[in-house]
Design a protein around this ligand. Sequence first.
Ligand SMILES: NC(=O)c1ccc[n+]([C@@H]2O[C@H](COP(=O)([O-])OP(=O)(O)OC[C@H]3O[C@@H](n4cnc5c(N)ncnc54)[C@H](O)[C@@H]3O)[C@@H](O)[C@H]2O)c1
Length: 269
Amino acid sequence: MHEKAATMFALDGRVAIVTGGAQGIGRGIAENLALTGAAVVIADVARAESVACETAIIAAGGAAKAIGCDMADEDSINDLVAATIDAYGQLDIVVNNAAIYPMSPIGEMSTDLWDRVLGINLRGVFLLTRAAMPHLKKSGRNGRLINVSSIDTWKSYVGMGHYDASKGGIEAFTRSCALELAVDGVTANVIAPGAAKTPGSLTVRGNLARERGDANTDAVDAEFATRIPLGDWASADDIGQATVLLATPAAHYITGQTIYVDGGLKLTL
Ligand SMILES: NC(=O)c1ccc[n+]([C@@H]2O[C@H](COP(=O)([O-])OP(=O)(O)OC[C@H]3O[C@@H](n4cnc5c(N)ncnc54)[C@H](O)[C@@H]3O)[C@@H](O)[C@H]2O)c1
């Protein structure tokens, strides 16, 4: 009985790609997938941080491989999938986590910036999903597509029009994927993080602090934490562990869902 429970929550023998896995939430996802037994491909443009993540996972007894990938570039994405199959012979789990969020009010937003954000955050998700699909289908009931959106799809913020459009698009796209993949037993779900302190969110937090006329980001961060029902910002591990849950055999009947991992923040918005 205990053995069965352990198997339901284990990922031994699975191979996962995590885009943007070099730092922040992506690193939390990569490390927790590896802790649960999966071999993890860290797919990122940040070479040094990717190698640091690979080294940390291997030092902790896990399996990982850093493979450079630019989610803005179709060839790079196709090469990522080919290199993963070359290295491991299979691909069971894809986590589309990489995203950028440079703030800009819509009235001042250049077309180039819109295209860049949508290109990485949404077009890249489509391209990797399409390239990975035959392998996920081969994986059948072990196949998992997990796309990362944001609490922004519930509540918008000024300066995030392009980002919010990309994240809303991810949720609708993932529901389509869930329908298309269901026939093969593959599931597709969305993880929507609340607020997490990451290298990427540091800039946004700094901007928000300045907007409020408070240069002290720490004080603004601490005040924000009091508004989260569970009392603190999300850690990368919090998001990583929720992602693991969706990746495990125990979650094989959950598909087409958006799971908010936000400490209850959505309840207050
Ligand atoms: N931090 C938060 O509070 C928060 C809240 C909601 C949703 N999210 C989502 O979580 C995910 C991770 O966010 P984060 O805060 O950890 O970001 P981050 O900026 O700290 O890390 C993003 C990672 O993606 C990589 N990346 C950027 N452009 C890439 C590209 N073109 N190709 C490949 N990799 C690329 C970066 O090198 C980096 O390693 C994103 O999808 C973001 O939208 C974050």
